[in-house]
Design a protein around this ligand. Structure first.
Ligand SMILES: *Cc1c(COP(=O)(O)O)cnc(C)c1O
Length: 427
């Protein structure tokens, strides 16, 4: 590059990639191989002992995966990254590097439903415990902290409601207690919000959503901000104590500011195994090239749709942080001035039955449980993802009987609105 820092759109296309040294291929090849030939026995020994970086086996590293890791690390402004099979795998490996049995972490209550299940149920089997806090109340995070707390976890833009969170205020609480702040940045993507710039220490993504962007490949990633001091307390032994499986190496001493990323790979991915396939890494890399264009269009379309819905007589309320009269507008302007993203909720005056009829009447929108596709998506949580809850529980989860969630795609806004209009006329 000429002597200037590349901008975000340039990084989205180029970061981590170069023409293939062997063939000259310009696009990153899909290195569809399980294993890599050693130069000689000493080379093999150095790789296994962590004295030298290099490829051994695709469960641990792969060149296509490595380009994806460098690219997302660059987009987030992080030091290093680890790509894995899904967003949930990313969360599992991030906590695996810092939690011992009996430890706990404090998490925002407003999270992706799958994360609420993973933290509240599956993690209990590891004797890891979650304490819920109120996203809008910074003091409630502090109230959950005790001597066994090892991290704070939030979403920058909370799923499903599409509300922005005061990352800097929660980072301040975490750091005052010597804890890292982990931010799930899936809904915003680094194009809209870069949590590391606001004090986060670790960023997680479900690559399945906006980064891949086309609804065709599962993936997840952990980005190490490179700033947290893992040796300041004795609370992160996986990073600050000798590792018996690697000849007594202390990861934080050996790897400095990328020690956490290394731990998620050489302790987590190696032993627990949720590797991303080279093909999925390639698909997601290709998706990332157009991330800035897509996020801008998603946000513009969502704002147009939210404004239109607000004026519709069958719509009771619209909750979109990009609307000037929304209670979340000030935080959106502060953290995400380029736009408010694709996902938001609104309420139908006709309640549960209206929600079902509406969803079944849509034609351009697909009725399914995903977000962040080029296509417009819809779900009526009360009759699908949240159907086991009582009416009171539905309301508390932000999934009352009248609530519809949209993930607005990148089609023409006029066509998206026309589809909503004809479906509302059936309600
Ligand atoms: C989808 C999602 C996840 C989980 O990711 P998977 O790739 O489905 O495992 C985590 N967090 C958020 C905000 C999500 O939307």
């Amino acid at each position: 590059m000429p002597n200037q820092q590349p901008g975000f759109s340039t990084l989205a296309v180029h970061a981590g990639a170069a023409p293939d040294p062997t063939t000259g291929a310009r696009a990153t090849p899909i290195y569809q191989t399980t294993s890599f030939v050693f130069e000689n026995a000493d080379h093999a020994a150095a790789l296994f002992g962590l004295q030298q970086f290099g490829n051994i086996y695709t469960r641990i590293t792969n060149p296509t995966q490595a380009v994806l890791e460098e690219r997302v690390a660059a987009l987030e402004g992080g030091a290093a990254a680890l790509a894995v099979a899904s967003g949930h795998a990313a969360q599992l490996l991030a906590f695996n590097a810092i939690m011992q049995p009996g430890d706990n972490f404090v998490a925002a209550r407003k999270l992706y439903g799958g994360s609420i299940n993973q933290f509240g149920h599956a993690f209990k089997n590891f004797d890891w415990h979650v304490r819920w806090a109120d996203t809008a109340n910074t003091a409630s995070f502090e109230a959950g902290i005790d001597e066994r707390t090892r991290a704070i976890f939030i979403e920058s833009l909370a799923n499903p409601g599409g509300t922005f969170v005061d990352i800097a205020a929660i980072a301040e609480v975490a750091h005052r207690h010597g804890l890292p702040l982990i931010v799930d940045n899936t809904m915003a993507s680094p194009y809209l919000v870069r949590p590391l710039e606001h004090g986060a220490d670790i960023v997680i993504h479900s690559l399945t959503k906006f980064l891949g962007g086309h609804g065709n490949s599962m993936g997840g990633i952990i980005v190490d901000g490179g700033t947290f001091d893992w040796s300041a307390s004795g609370n992160y032994p996986a990073l600050s104590q000798p590792r018996p499986e690697y000849g007594g190496v202390v990861l934080h001493q050996a790897f400095g500011n990328i020690a956490f990323a290394i731990a998620t790979r050489v302790l987590g991915l190696r032993d627990l195994g949720p590797a991303i396939s080279p093909f999925n890494a390639f698909m997601i890399l290709t998706g990332i090239e157009t991330l800035p264009l897509r996020m801008q269009k998603h946000s513009e379309n969502a704002l147009a749709v939210a404004n239109w819905l607000k004026g519709h007589p069958k719509v009771g309320w619209v909750s979109y942080a990009g609307l000037e009269d929304d209670p979340n507008y000030e935080l959106q302007q502060r953290y995400s001035p380029k736009g408010a993203g694709a996902v938001f909720t609104f309420g139908l005056k006709g309640g549960y039955e209206a929600g079902k009829t509406f969803v079944e009447s849509l034609q351009l929108f697909s009725h399914l449980a995903n977000i962040g596709d080029t296509r417009s998506l819809v779900i009526h949580p009360a009759s699908t993802t949240h159907r086991q809850l009582t009416e009171d529980q539905l309301v508390a989860a932000g999934a009352g009987p009248d609530v519809v969630r949209l993930s607005v795609g990148i089609e023409d806004a006029a066509d998206i609105i026309a589809d909503l209009d004809q479906a509302l006329s059936k309600v």
